[in-house]
Design a protein around this ligand. Structure first.
Ligand SMILES: C[S@@+](CC[C@H](N)C(=O)[O-])C[C@H]1O[C@@H](n2cnc3c(N)ncnc32)[C@H](O)[C@@H]1O
Length: 293
């Protein structure tokens, strides 16, 4: 790949998906894009770049998808899910007791292990959520990971990563060498393709946002922009959960770290308050009535 092809791809990825590659990541581009080159029957990366320059939007989307890192696993890092169980949901149960509903957004949900981990946590809460409307929205840039997430089908290796055996037995069915998460858990999660670089104000307000292990791929300005827009998409007393290597510190005043809760953030006082966008049943992702237990 020539230096100018590399610069072209670097800029395109930054503009399209926010991916901020340093000048020495040619190997990453090559290892991620060569399978795509072969699949498309092209001679090599220069031909791919040529086709992209000629204006193939579909190819640009495929290249951006191929460059995403989709690494995830059930109950990844454990601590965020402890916060969810022990801090977030007890407060939600108290503060939302009147309306009995909770909206949760997994803003880069990848292949589903994160949103389904949250759904299992909620199921495990049993009758305390009886009669509540639970919405978990899983979004991602990549259609491919969303398809896998929707299917809820995982390999033996994937269900052995982070998922306690009791939850595997309770919430999954084995088919041959694969495991599928049960339909009632799948029904708790709604999926949508969404690029965090684009406007997402139409989603309405969320009580809880998990936005983990995606900001790390963005440059400072993009992180600040996404965090600012997340602040306008979260209830004033909501909860933001970031990945272990991510923070709001030095980027925005719109969120403040929660005391003694690593990775957990609350909207700050300087948060730009907006009128709650009108989300109707027609425009809102499906709300799932949860019987509890
Ligand atoms: C490393 S995974 C993190 C998955 C999960 N949140 C976790 O922590 O286990 C990062 C995900 O971010 C998605 N992603 C990358 N850029 C994005 C963007 N601009 N908008 C939305 N999702 C994006 C990728 O497709 C990928 O699935």
């Amino acid at each position: 790949m020539t230096p100018s092809d590399y610069e072209y791809l670097r800029k395109l990825l930054k503009d399209h998906s926010g991916l901020d590659l340093s000048a020495d990541k040619q190997y990453l581009i090559e290892s991620r894009l060569l399978p795509l080159v072969r699949k498309a029957g092209l001679a090599g990366l220069p031909e791919l770049v040529q086709k992209m320059k000629a204006g193939s939007a579909a190819l640009v989307a495929q290249v951006a998808e191929a460059m995403t890192t989709n690494e995830t696993f059930f109950f990844r890092d454990k601590v965020p899910f402890q916060h969810f169980r022990d801090t977030i949901m007890p407060e939600i149960l108290r503060t939302r007791a009147g309306r009995k509903s909770v909206r949760i957004w997994c803003a880069a949900g990848s292949t589903g292990q994160e949103p389904y981990s949250l759904a299992m946590c909620l199921k495990e809460m049993g009758s305390s959520l009886s009669g509540w409307r639970i919405e978990i929205l899983a979004t991602d840039l990549s259609q491919e990971v969303l398809e896998k997430s929707r299917s809820g089908i995982y390999s033996q290796f994937e269900v052995q990563r982070g998922l306690p055996i009791q939850l595997l037995v309770k919430y999954f069915k084995q088919t041959g060498e694969l495991w599928q998460i049960n339909a009632d858990i799948r029904a708790m999660v709604q999926h949508r393709q969404l690029n965090l670089l684009h406007d997402f104000s139409q989603l309405g307000l969320f009580d809880v946002i998990f936005c983990r292990n995606v900001l790390i791929y963005f440059d400072q300005d993009t992180k600040t922009s996404v965090l600012g827009r997340l602040a306008r998409t979260i209830e004033a007393d909501g909860f933001l959960v970031l990945g272990a290597a991510e923070t709001v510190v030095g980027l925005t005043e719109a969120f403040k770290p929660a005391a003694d809760r690593r990775g957990l953030y609350r909207p700050g006082n300087s948060r730009v308050l907006m009128a709650r966008p009108a989300v109707t049943l027609a425009t809102a992702p499906r709300l799932t009535a949860m019987a509890g237990g």
